[in-house]
Ligand binder design. Sequence first.
Ligand code: SF4
Length: 296
Amino acid sequence: MLLTADAGCLVRYQQESWISGVSLMTKIWQFASYHLWSLFSPQVSKEAWHCDMKRGFTKARKKEPIVKALLEKDTSWQRIGLLAQKGVYEFHQNTQLLKQPRGIEQVAEILQLNQESAEVQKRVTGVLKNYHENPILVGKNVIKLIRGDEGFPEPILIRHGNYHFNLYAAIDCIFREPDGTIHILDFKTGKSEFDRRQAFVYLLAASYLYPQQPTVASFYNLESGKWSKCITATAAQLNAIRVELAKIAKQHQRDLRRYRFNAATFQQIYPPNPGFHCQYCNFNSICKFSVAEVPA
Ligand code: SF4
């Protein structure tokens, strides 16, 4: 699942910063996450869909009431992802539900699925049926399983040379394999391809949370039942990810500063890339470059 991280967790950062002696004045807003990375650069093969202006709306203009309202509106696919994750969580709150024929209906009631749109109800019911039939976490030594709506995860303070930033990694599930390997699992829905960058960000996070422990990451699609191969990272690869995230964290703050200094440069800092994908963009109703037909 994907969770945005922004300038939250200030207190935690202050504590960390005092401990490490980092200057609060210069470092306080520095952060990176997979979500931020995905806003900066597209997944392989998704280049045509990428638009920097979406990052501008999401990050630089998020406090404007109209943008805020759009950001708070869950799209169907976000709703399906969240409810699918919650469904898995509820099954594991009471594993008897996985053995009872009515377990699917009971979880649907807990999720108040009847209040969702017809499409969301249909697809999430499909997820619940799939998981009831093939509960992949049963028998696993689960260390962590999130509900999906907990908010920002605890940040991990990353040091890269003299530069420090917070890494946010909202990991859906962590379990320990019989041989002791830490397994990070990310649940997916829909048809989109897995993005290996997300796995690498989680593996970097795990290297801080579970130092010196062998770790793998994988993706499991709750709708198709497809489980990816396990992804691992060498120390050199993790360092390359750390470097990339540090670069993104710095660039993000530079862009925000430029925008705050002169809001008229919005489209230069965050250039638009209009196209067929505008029809799926959250901001097409307010973006003057949109080529999507928006219902009046
Ligand atoms: S509507 Fe189109 S051009 Fe505007 S931000 Fe969205 S994708 Fe970019």
